[in-house]
Design a protein around this ligand. Structure first.
Ligand code: PEP
Ligand code: MG
Length: 747
């Protein structure tokens, strides 16, 4: 066997690159690669197997095996030695292939005469693309150097596969990033949209896997590493010493960025002929396959660090980054691993749809998507590696389905659905000016939730009677620095002007939890949802609360002001917040500003404790608004952002409804106005159940008003209450089945 020396390796890569540069078809390129590799490695056989679909590997080219087997021999992932290399993303090196675990004899290939087998995965960042194999008659194991040389070739193959170098009709290869794929995720916001992929963080594309001059590549790598180290040091010095978790992660980054082993391995890769970018990716892929097999949770977490750091290095090398200069297309559909509410707000209403690999229905990013009425599908594993900027994509937020590069049939079906939804929306328009009057005569007040100036135009069109919840923090989240009081006055004035006399209930700042202001130091809290957030921040550091209250008073000037405090957990917090308001009123009077004509002060009921507050609390507030998103998470002790636990507990769970009913009774007996403004108020079945329990005001996203009104007008809430009561009496965990069963025959 030919020595797999560095220079041999480099010669092979240069020959491969020349072959790639020729204007030949995909199959011809593959044939050339196996021929060159077999020759360079001095082995009788070299074969390339590529994934035909996610389960099947196909022999796509061979030097040495029977040519008739090409495109005929297929293996399932995990089947035979080749299938095992792909399944575990790990190299198999054996002197005696037929006696090795998992060996499967494929007679059509004529491989039985070859004893030694070396198979390496063709993978890119953990994504398995195929397997590269060399075989020879001699009974011997391949040396570490030979394995390494073949891995380098596999790396180049992976990059070229990614670039579509092997696609051609005759070769019948399934092209990467070209096939139609459907992802089944979870719906976080209904609605259907068609558009073009816009990647939140585009992946780096390496277009030069093979380099001419190792010296230049060494220099490029070293320069990029130096810049990487400087940027990590900079990040470290930016982090306040209090944030120990972030410090820990960055210390790990620094250690890794300075790692001699990492640098040495990349330098060896370059010496073998890879470009600096390919060397980074090769080491990233190797680390990924090694660590992802590990049972050590700490190590698996470090995988994220390695990925992040490698991506930073790649961006430095390629000049590609988050800001790749890709224009936002006409109908952009955002595809991302995950996204925070502030980042989402930056995109604003330009987006037609959002698709996340992670995410959660209860997150504030989902709430923002809902507020913006943008269809959102979450938990679509793998989409951010599969999708490319500009790909056609259809998001079905009703079904939680995403069609990437859909074929004609799907395209037509989704377009039909969009047209049908438009017709339904037209039907709803007719309901706009009609009251939400149930068959029993009860009238339910429907309000809308808002948070941005851009929401206000929906007020008229939606048929809402006012804004029941204006989340003021969304305006803070969209700014890069703390707004000044004058800006707030201007914003709130515009909101009230746009509401043209309809009531707007402003909620003071609810920051903390997942709503982190870019210009405030993040808190190092083990459990931020139960941490220092909302009114707790407002009372401990009253500067912002005071500024907000002054701005609200000034903006209202002569009109009616309705304001509520978020996340109040006990009576004295409400009293302290109200005292701040009273002080602000005194100050405004002293300064000669006109006061509101009327001021109503309420609290959000988001913690179970408040439902058990003394009667004095219920009497002290002008109104209460149930923040069901938080109330439910604390009632069931189920994180609203954790899909796994969130889904376990139905909002129509009998215990939760019993609890809501107690709140209704307490509010009634103290004559306190009560509303519900969590996301569930916008779900028609939940909404009619709340109304049946006696919650007469519901606040929801604008797009839900018509569907909720439509259902309320079709039911008798008194009869529905008896259905709910019977279901609870019968001991059902949730009343949902009883209610939907009843609706089938009674609406
Ligand atoms: C709620 O908790 O139900 C609520 C309306 O507040 P947010 O979703 O903003 O926490
Ligand atoms: Mg809340």
């Amino acid at each position: 066997m030919v020595q797999a020396s560095e220079s041999e390796s480099r010669k092979l890569l240069v020959a491969l690159r020349d072959a790639m540069a020729e204007d030949s078809a995909g199959q011809a390129r593959l044939d050339k690669i196996v021929q060159l590799t077999a020759h360079s490695m001095g082995s009788e056989v070299c074969s390339i197997y590529l994934f035909r679909d996610s389960e099947t590997l196909e022999l796509c080219a061979t030097q040495g095996l029977n040519a008739v087997a090409v495109h005929q021999t297929k293996l399932r992932i995990g089947e035979g030695l080749v299938g095992r290399v792909a399944k575990f993303n790990q190299t198999i090196n054996t002197a005696d292939a037929p006696s090795s675990k998992g060996f499967r004899f494929m007679p059509e290939t004529g491989e039985e005469i070859y004893s030694s087998f070396l198979g390496v995965p063709i993978q890119r960042l953990g994504e398995s693309l195929g397997v590269l194999v060399v075989q020879s008659k001699a009974t011997r194991e391949f040396s570490a150097d030979e394995i390494y040389a073949l891995e380098v070739v596999a790396m180049v193959l992976a990059e070229m596969t990614e670039l579509g170098a092997f696609v051609d009709d005759g070769a019948a290869l399934s092209a990467l990033h070209q096939r139609p794929i459907t992802f089944q995720g979870l719906s976080a916001q209904e609605g259907v949209a068609e558009g073009a992929v816009y990647l939140h963080e585009p992946r780096v594309v390496v277009t030069n896997p093979i380099a001419d001059d190792p010296k230049i590549e060494h220099q490029r790598l070293n320069e990029a590493l130096d810049r990487l180290r400087v940027s990590v040091d900079q990040m470290l010095s930016d982090v306040r010493s209090g944030d120990s978790e972030q410090l820990e992660v960055l210390e790990a980054y620094r250690m890794f960025a300075n790692s001699k082993g990492w640098r040495r391995r990349m330098e060896e890769d370059i010496q073998r002929g890879l470009s600096a970018e390919s060397a980074v990716e090769k080491e990233q892929s190797t680390a990924r396959s090694r660590i992802s097999q590990s049972n050590d949770a700490y190590l698996r977490e470090r995988l994220h660090d390695i990925d992040d750091l490698s991506n930073r290095l790649l961006r430095l090398l390629t000049g590609q980054g988050s800001d790749t200069g890709v224009e936002i297309s006409q109908n952009p559909i955002l595809v991302a691993q995950n996204i925070g509410p502030a980042e989402l707000l930056d995109y604003g209403r330009n987006l037609k749809g959002i698709v996340l690999e992670e995410g959660s229905v209860g997150s504030h990013a989902a709430i923002v998507a809902r507020a913006l009425a943008i269809p959102l599908v979450i938990h679509t594993k793998g989409i951010s590696t599969e999708a490319l900027n500009g790909d056609i994509i259809m998001v079905d937020g009703d079904q939680g389905t995403v069609h990437l590069r859909p074929d004609e049939g799907v395209l037509k079906a989704v377009k039909d659905k969009i047209a049908m939804q438009r017709q339904a929306a037209d039907r709803y328009v007719k309901l706009r000016d009609k009251p939400a009057k149930a068959k029993c005569g009860s009238v339910i007040k429907l309000l809308m939730n808002a948070g941005l100036m851009a929401d206000l135009p929906s007020l008229k069109g939606s048929g809402a009677e006012g804004v029941g919840l204006f989340r003021t923090e969304l305006q803070f989240l969209t700014q890069s620095q703390m707004p000044r009081r004058a800006e707030l006055v201007a914003q709130y004035t515009r909101v009230m002007d746009a509401a043209s006399g309809l009531k707007v209930t402003f909620r003071t700042l609810d920051i903390g939890s997942d709503k982190v202001l870019p210009y405030m130091a993040p808190q190092d809290e083990p459990n931020p949802a139960m941490g220092w957030r909302a009114i707790r921040v407002g009372l401990d550091k009253p500067g912002i609360l005071r500024m907000q209250l002054q701005a609200l008073l000034r903006a209202t000037s002569g009109r009616e002001l309705s304001v509520m405090f978020p996340f109040v957990a006990q009576f004295d917090e409400f009293c302290a917040a109200k005292t701040e308001l009273d002080r602000a009123i005194i100050r405004e009077t002293r300064l000669g500003h006109k006061l509101p004509s009327d001021i109503q002060v309420g609290a959000m009921l988001e913690t179970p404790s408040l439902a058990f507050a003394p009667d004095q609390f219920f009497k002290a507030v002008d109104f209460l608004s149930i923040g069901g998103n938080d109330l439910k998470q604390f009632f069931f002790a189920a994180d609203r952002e954790n899909e796994r636990v969130r889904k376990r507990y139905d909002t129509l769970n009998s215990s939760f409804l019993n609890f809501l009913e107690q709140i209704v009774q307490r509010a009634r007996s103290s004559n306190t106005a009560l509303s519900f403004c969590g996301e569930d108020a916008g779900r028609p079945i939940e909404a009619i159940c709340f109304a049946a329990l006696g919650i007469e005001t519901l606040s929801m996203r604008p797009a839900s008003i018509a569907p909720v009104k439509h259902l309320i007008r079709r039911v008798d809430l008194k009869v529905l209450k008896s259905v709910i009561d019977k279901s609870r009496d019968d001991g059902h965990e949730s009343v949902r089945n009883s209610v939907t069963g009843w609706l089938k025959t009674n609406s």
